[in-house]
Ligand binder design. Sequence first.
Ligand code: T1G
Length: 701
Amino acid sequence: MSEQALVRFDVEDGIGVITVDYPPVNALGPGVPEGIIAALEKGEAEPNVKAMVLMGAGRTFIAGADIRQFGKPRPVLPRRTYDVLDQGTKPIVAAIHGFALGGGLENALACNYRIAVSSAKVGLPEVNIGILPGGGGTQRLPRLIGPKAAMEMIVSGRHVPAPEAKTLGIIDEIVAGKDLRAEAIAYAKTIADRRPLPRVRDSSEKLAQAKGDPGMFEGMRKSIARRARNQIAPYHCIAAVEAACSQAFDDGIKTERRLFGELENSDQAKGMRYAFFAEREVARIPGIGKDIALPPMKNIAVVGAGTMGGGIAMSLADFGHNVKIVDATPEVLAKGMQRIQDNYAISVKRGSLKQEEMDRRVPRIHPVERLEDIADSDIVIEAVFEEMPVKKEVFAKLDRIVKPGALLMTNSSALDIDEIASVTKRPELVCGAHFFSPANVMKLLEVVAGAKSAPTTLATAMKMGRDIGKLAAYAGNCDGFVANRSRAPFGTEMVLMAEEGALPEQVDKVMVDFGYPMGPFAVGDLAGLDIGYASRRRRAAADPNFRKLPVPDRLVEMGRYGQKTLAGWYRYEKGDRTPHPDPEVKRIIAEVAKDMGIQQRSFTDEEILRRLLFASVNEACKILEEGKALRASDIDVMWLHGFGFPRYRGGLMFWADQIGVAEVHRQIEEWHQRYGARWKPANLLRELAQSGGSFRDAKKI
Ligand code: T1G
């Protein structure tokens, strides 16, 4: 597309209007900056142009640089749009709707004035893709709103609603937005003759704030230490804002460019860019187009008011849905409603939710006493006890009671969708909607396809997920579906390594150093070891070859359920969640190892990391070769949003690709020889290793 087509310039009433038109989000892709510069030069040259407006066509202003171009060789423009905007002699108004993000906001900051519709959002979210604002944002924003507020915006990467941006001083005026172009032209006329032109780069009074509070930068570093552990970009963001407060503007820009250059091709930036696009790709199910006609989703009901059912109802209410919730008895229902109230109250107490917002959400959840009261539902999500007979009984009832055409979804985390659907006369309207606990917090939703699930049923579940802020991912029907099935070998290897002599605290340290917020043994104690125990007993009952795990079984049989009993893999002090290594556990493990004739030994950190993650990579390959997952990047989205895999590593399969398929295969084959069948390389893995392929391109074979 020619620059002209990407960026239009026309003059109306003495105002030059520059419109960026590069769908879907007017990113600053190839030709766009050039088009903006050409338009600016035209406006400067045209005598009857008194002022100009910069705006975006379609649904948004400019959403930043074109992320697809990063890591690729790019033409270095002789001049950048920000510099041309700065050197203009005629005032320019940025007229913002939708999003002004990254380079989009940076261009707006280089304009003389900024107006926005109230629904617009502005931000510098570059840190979320492992870089920092590279278009002057770290130098201009502190000058406009002060270093403290600027640093908070740049280090968090959050999208700031226009009204707040006005209060901060980023936006000069909020406009109605009925006809943004007309409103922008009218505004431009009001400032056309004002001189001198306000240029953010020239203002420095707000920078004095740093002199008054020199500790603010160190303070920010300390405050992000936990969540930004191992990451580079957040600290580079702070350093860039710090430079704005100690260097002249142009020197600060050089510092910003140097820091940007250090990040652009870093492994962390590559991992986070990969995650950005993986999270968009996951929404697509081949063969199901974006424009598929979907049934109504107005009336939604949840069956089961337990922890999961309550959390699912909250996720729906959080996004404005009215939802009915029902359970077996009024007492259990009341208990469930109380838990919902309490969870909201905790969020208000923590300050993550306003009381008035809680008061809006709770009434959207309507407890009803009978299944008949949800007969008019468009969608029913079942979240009852994870036992097949119970699920089948509920689905048979729902099928009889709920109106024809309504979708029936199960929140089962592992049970056979086809068997559940088989008790209904509408198996095509049945699928899995597997939420992760806590359902109102975790972003991942697995949409599980039964053999008879219709494309519209799956597409509706995916859309419902996106509508309530979830990352909905397709999963085929198999034991544990995709997420839990790919994670299960990780769970088994951690216990087997403990039997062989790796201490829980060593394993947890390896995974925390790797970037996890918490180690797997500590997570086990948090979730409760009794849950794993119950599921292992169910599996052992169903499968005589199921590999028993005597150590965690013995812990549970001793009443060590984890944090809730102040003892599990670790020991805990009352009221304190800090895990303390417990010699008693070491003794139990040694005893079990002796009973099983296992010679205990020491482990390197690298062996621990590889045993845990390669086990899941191998299983993920089996899942892909069976077509139970559509693409490796979907599995990565599940690990990022279901299991806390560190985002700057991209995801499980992306991380394994950095090591290389050949090396992963070599290692797994070595363990196959040493440990036997559980480490048999997946066919797909073997084939990729032979063909020199990558997991990224791995598909069904
Ligand atoms: N570059 C390329 N493609 C982009 C893009 C971008 N910046 N933003 C979105 N897309 C694509 C996306 O992949 C999807 O494509 C489609 O647009 C719709 O997106 C110099 C260096 C704007 C809030 O980080 O946060 O500027 O899947 O599904 O949910 O300092 O997109 O349809 O083929 O996400 O409505 C900084 C990233 C860049 C913003 C809209 N900017 N984008 O959300 O739609 S770095 C960002 C978003 C930078 C400068 C630096 C969101 C959105 P497809 P979507 P959405």
